[in-house]
Write a protein that binds this ligand. Structure first.
Ligand SMILES: NC(=O)c1ccc[n+]([C@@H]2O[C@H](COP(=O)([O-])OP(=O)(O)OC[C@H]3O[C@@H](n4cnc5c(N)ncnc54)[C@H](O)[C@@H]3O)[C@@H](O)[C@H]2O)c1
Length: 355
């Protein structure tokens, strides 16, 4: 690719689209040339704030613009698959917000289109680039942990239902509740740190004890009291992996969870040592002469997570590299999420095959 900046279009000017515009403004090798939102005044406002030249009131207008090389998709989950597929068909690279899609069938169609197009399809899982999480990955890669055979990950928001009644709390628009919203981050990071083992079976349950009563409302998103709530507000699951390891995943938007941290957490237990991430604190543990020895893990220096993620996307586009947050990882996450919902519905373990 030449030395000129890649031209990026941001689809979705809401909370996350705004964050992406800020990250691309700081990045080298790319510039945001256009923004689109179904609500044109918001797109216009963002364009003014970020100095973006072209504004559209529909994603289709932006996708028809042949000068745009890559798009960021930051709209409600139900639109991820149709917009990603259209973008890929039009020869654009895609940085796609999580979750990849509202279900694994829709996610599979994105993977197939990405393979056909040969363009970069990267998932926006910024947690992989957090300074502490990079330090933990480095410890694992250095062999300090050994093979990881058990992991516990979760995120308990105690009063954090986003946008009650809006797309966030509607199954047909979001695909689910906290499991697909914040659980997908913990699932993605756990599998990445564990070396991407394949899930083979899943057992789980979901509950909705706060949302239907309009309780447990948080501050993210804008409520729509004319809307409705038909997703879970707590999920608990056990995922078995093809290397024999197990991962338990526990998430809530709202819960009576005294004593549990509000922060996201991951505990990874290996044969040589263990690593824990609780919020911004990382700990390494090992047993020496039958004594438990714990030490703090220092976050790595460097840019902010979203800035590094943005740079990685630009590098992949410019150099034709495969992103570490790949289309396959997004699809794998969606397969597991579907299986948890299915297991909750049927009461049975769900087996996953990969042929
Ligand atoms: N990576 C993260 O940590 C993170 C954090 C928050 C949200 N997200 C994801 O980002 C996406 C958007 O979330 P948000 O919090 O910004 O939501 P939001 O409601 O703040 O913004 C969504 C925007 O999309 C626009 N929109 C809706 N349908 C559209 C369409 N068909 N075409 C164009 N624009 C459309 C809306 O007008 C709105 O401005 C979701 O998929 C969410 O899961 C990711």
């Amino acid at each position: 690719m030449s030395n000129t900046n890649i031209k990026v279009g941001v689809i979705g000017a809401g909370a996350i689209g705004n964050i992406h515009m800020g990250a691309f403004a700081k990045a080298e090798g790319a510039e945001v040339a256009a923004v689109a939102d179904a609500y044109l005044p918001l797109a216009q406002q963002r364009a003014e704030e970020h100095g973006i030249g072209t504004v559209h009131g529909s994603p289709q207008e932006l996708l028809e613009d042949e000068s745009i090389d890559a798009v960021v998709i930051g709209v409600p989950n139900q639109f991820h698959a149709p917009l990603a597929i259209e973008a890929l068909k039009r020869g654009k690279h895609v940085l796609l917000e999580k979750p990849m899609a509202i279900d694994s069938e829709a996610a599979r169609t994105i993977v197939l289109e990405a393979e056909k197009s040969g363009k970069v399809l990267m998932m926006s899982h910024q947690m992989r680039w957090k300074a502490l999480n990079r330090a933990v990955k480095a410890r694992i890669d250095a062999g300090d942990v050994g093979p990881i055979y058990n992991a516990k990950a979760g995120w308990f928001r105690k009063k954090g239902i986003p946008g009650w009644g809006s797309w966030f709390t509607r199954k047909d628009q979001a695909g689910g509740g906290p499991l697909i919203d914040i659980g997908v981050h913990m699932l993605d990071l756990s599998l990445y740190l564990m070396g991407n083992p394949k899930p083979v079976s899943v057992y789980g349950s979901t509950y909705a004890e706060f949302g239907p009563k309009r309780e447990g409302i948080g501050t993210w998103g804008t409520p729509n009291w004319e809307g409705y709530y038909d997703v879970e507000d707590l999920a608990s699951a056990l995922i078995k992996l093809d290397n024999g390891a197990t991962l338990s995943l526990e998430v809530s938007w709202a819960a009576h969870a005294a004593g549990l941290p509000e922060d996201p957490f991951i505990h990874l237990m290996g044969t040589k040592g263990g690593v824990s991430i609780v919020g911004d604190r990382g700990t390494y543990v090992t047993h020496t002469d039958n004594e438990v020895a714990e030490s703090e893990i220092t976050p790595l220096d460097g840019d902010e997570d979203r800035d590094l993620m943005t740079s990685h996307f630009i590098e992949c586009v410019r150099e034709g590299k495969q992103p570490i947050a790949s289309a396959l990882s997004g699809y794998t996450n969606n397969r597991i999420l579907d299986a948890i919902y299915e297991s909750s519905r049927t009461g049975n373990e769900v087996k996953l095959s990969w042929n």
